[in-house]
Design a protein around this ligand. Structure first.
Ligand SMILES: [Zn+2]
Length: 324
């Protein structure tokens, strides 16, 4: 650090005049029989005044440490994927929403952009390093963290970042259940070995899809008030991939795709939802998260696909070529 920089920093921190600080530094240099340079003396003075010159940049916020309910957060990430803008009618008003998946080496997270914020999509591309600032978080309906931008928030494209490129096939590389860690977004190939007996349907708002609560025989959405609800499906069970097992939660489309039904078919076959899927193997994409109530790791399934034997053979050959 240059002498002037140190001097400036000391002046800022102590609110004393330049002359006073320079006098202190000179004094220190003399005290040490001029054995130290001006910079060296300035360092010592700063330390004696309790000023930390090496104040680290605020420790970078890693994605795995971003929790729901945070306010005014800033973090760096790379854009892993960009989803197209969805338009919908919000109480007679045209609204827009778009999702971006951001990632760093510790995990991935969803940023949702609303209305004018969706213009951000025009200037960004997959793979770009970005800084998200002025953001806050909430828990989405899957129990995962959703990042939103406040009125003063935004996305800044960075010229450089230490975060390595996160290729989608890297981010979603298949893992073994025994290697799952919190916030890991990944793919598993696992069989459903147990299904818990719980209520499998819940009412959602037809406008925004959020869960609605029944109050005095009416369904009420926090944002849209009284609504005629639609229904969505959820189930949880245990999946096993031969290396380990874990509780898994299937929400909405993931639940319906797993049982191979539409929501209407599922509502009609309430008692036979799982007749054909116990023991069946699936390719499951989703996130590992800590269930706070039970303090254990769970897998929240985002996408359910059938096991494609041809693709599996390709994967094995690819792995052998790469030698890992
Ligand atoms: Zn709603």
């Amino acid at each position: 650090m240059e002498y002037d920089t140190i001097l400036k920093k000391i002046i800022e921190e102590t609110k004393q005049s330049k002359e006073q600080i320079e006098a202190l530094i000179l004094e220190k240099q003399e005290e040490l029989s001029n054995l130290v340079s001006k910079e060296g003396a300035a360092y010592i003075v700063a330390r004696e005044l309790g000023i930390n010159l090496f104040e680290q940049k605020k420790k970078d916020l890693q994605i795995k440490n971003i929790i729901p309910g945070a306010r005014n957060i800033t973090f760096e990430a790379r854009i892993v994927s960009i989803y197209p803008v969805k338009k919908f009618n919000n109480n007679g008003r045209q609204s827009k929403v778009a999702n971006i998946i951001l990632g760093d080496t510790t995990g991935t997270i969803r940023l949702s952009l609303w209305d004018e914020q969706t213009n951000i999509l025009d200037g960004i591309e997959k793979g770009m390093p970005v800084q998200v600032f002025g953001a806050y978080t909430k828990e989405d309906h899957r129990g995962l963290v959703e990042v939103r931008l406040s009125r003063v928030g935004g996305l800044k494209i960075l010229e450089h970042s230490d975060i390595p490129e996160i290729k989608p096939d890297n981010a979603i590389r298949r893992k073994k259940i025994c290697d799952l860690k919190e916030s890991m977004y990944t793919e598993l190939k696992a069989a459903l070995v147990q299904i818990f007996d719980t209520n499998n349907f819940y009412a959602i708002c037809p406008k925004c899809g959020k869960k609605v609560n029944k109050e005095n025989n009416e369904f009420v959405c926090i944002e849209h008030g009284k609504v005629e609800p639609k229904y969505s499906m959820v189930f949880s069970g245990v999946i096993d991939d031969g290396y380990g097992n874990i509780r898994a939660v299937f929400f909405r489309d993931a639940a319906l795709n797993a049982v191979g039904m539409t929501i209407d078919q599922a509502l009609e076959n309430k008692d036979h939802l799982f007749d054909n899927i116990l023991g069946k193997e699936f390719i499951l994409t989703g996130s590992a998260r800590i269930n706070k109530m039970f303090n254990r790791l769970e897998f929240v399934v985002n996408k359910v696909e059938p096991v494609d034997p041809k693709q599996e053979i390709k994967n094995i050959l690819n792995t052998m070529e790469k030698g890992d």
